[in-house]
Design a protein around this ligand. Structure first.
Ligand code: PMP
Ligand code: GLN
Length: 390
């Protein structure tokens, strides 16, 4: 096949969740929440099933959801998309990313991502026959707090563009670091993409889980909308990662090309979940803010606790995860540590190396990714266990 051995094995998230189950360990590995979805969202799915919306929906998505996606983009970001021709519903952001790259990347085309990157990107670029170029994040210690800070190296990002760049795949808020790209970085990407006539593909699945500044989509930068495919998902925002409803917005020619691939991957996406996600997207802003605020409390619980145990922690601006440096605890090899932690401490975490190409992790070989999208009780127990282990 087209995948390297590492890409064809079960993902690190599947492996680590299996390990959590085998050891009865607390799972701060795979990013899925303990929370129930908002009641309006789960009730709408149950109603849809009872009403008999259980057969194939239209391949492009139910009209009610496509309209809700367009309205959401207009209300939150001032972006106008035609729900009939510029919105496509997908089976999670995962399928949106796959269909987009398979449709638009030809063998030999270069695709740029930051590094670390969400693991799917390397696999899909490989499946499309593309060449993966990366721009590494840099890390430093904050002088006042002693915390870990991960940042974009704008020069490296600019240098990653070339005449062969077909697309830049931008994940902000970022998994695994929770970093939100600065305005200057978004502008740099928009400018370089225009200069190289490259597409911009965004992965915005954490768009509503921000703890300070609001998310700003790349498509909203002047001149960027026409070359941007914006991707998001209901999974994180509404705590429904198992529903696998995502979407993308782009100009009609791009949507047509991507739909051409999507029809052979899944044809269509979970019928009763589509009106339910439409109900979620229509919730008032205060409901979104409450979800993020609650998550922020759990971020602080986990990062404060890890800092007290002796990790050097990053305090992310968004998302589900903190990055914790284990080297102050005398553990410079996070791969080995993540192997041992389920049995030794009863806690599962993901080594940050899972988000780097082979041999590229540098200082991050000592870093673990830990999820705080779990209940306060789970986080508190995990901290007690890590404290006892350290
Ligand atoms: N992109 C990122 C950055 C993710 O963290 C995830 C995992 N939730 C996905 C895409 C996949 O999203 P979905 O579950 O909607 O397929
Ligand atoms: N996005 C989730 C994470 O980063 C995992 C999704 C998956 O298992 N494919 O943990």
């Amino acid at each position: 096949g087209l995948l390297k051995d590492g890409e064809a094995r079960p993902t690190v998230f599947a492996q680590m969740s299996a390990r959590a189950a085998a050891h009865g360990a607390l799972n701060l590995g795979q990013g899925f929440p303990d929370d129930a979805p908002p009641t309006a969202v789960s009730e709408a799915a149950v109603d849809a099933i009872r009403e008999g919306r259980n057969q194939y929906p239209p391949g492009a998505g139910e009209a009610v959801l496509r309209e809700a996606i367009a309205e959401h983009q207009a209300r939150w970001y001032g972006l106008r998309w035609d729900p009939a021709s510029e919105v496509l519903v997908s089976t999670g952001a995962t399928e949106a990313l796959a269909a987009t790259l398979l449709a638009l990347v030809q063998p030999g085309d270069e695709v740029i991502t930051l590094e670390p990157f969400y693991d799917q990107y390397a696999a899909i670029i490989a499946l499309a026959g593309g060449v993966h170029r990366t721009a590494p994040l840099t890390s430093r210690t904050d002088e006042t707090t002693g915390d870990l800070v991960l940042e974009v190296d704008e020069d490296a990002l600019r240098d990653a563009f070339s005449p062969r760049t077909r697309a830049v795949l931008v994940n902000t808020p970022h998994n695994p670091t929770g970093l939100m790209l600065a305005q200057s970085t978004l502008q740099l990407i928009a400018d370089e993409a225009a200069r190289h006539d490259a597409l911009i593909v965004t992965d915005e699945v954490y768009e509503h889980l921000t703890f300070g500044a609001a998310h700003r989509p790349l498509a909203s930068l002047p001149g960027a909308q026409d070359r941007t495919i914006s991707i998001s998902s209901a999974g994180k925002t509404f705590s429904v990662t198992g529903w696998k409803i995502g979407w993308l917005t782009a100009r009609p020619e791009l949507i047509t090309a991507i739909t051409g691939v999507k029809q052979w991957l899944t044809y269509s996406s979970g019928a009763p979940f589509q009106p339910a996600v439409a109900a979620g997207l229509a919730m008032p802003p205060s409901a979104f803010h409450e979800l993020a605020e609650d998550l922020r409390g759990r971020r602080d619980l986990l990062t404060d606790g890890l800092r007290e145990i002796g990790f050097r922690v990053s305090v992310p601006e968004a998302g589900y995860f903190t990055v914790a440096d284990a080297s102050p605890l005398g553990e410079p090899d996070a791969d080995a540590l993540a192997e041992r932690l389920p049995a030794e401490a009863g806690v599962v975490a993901i080594p940050l190396t899972a988000f780097y190409r082979e041999g590229q992790a540098g200082a991050a070989t000592a870093y673990l990714r830990m999820a705080f999208c779990k209940s306060r009780a789970t986080i508190e127990q995990a901290l007690e266990k890590l404290e006892a282990w350290a």
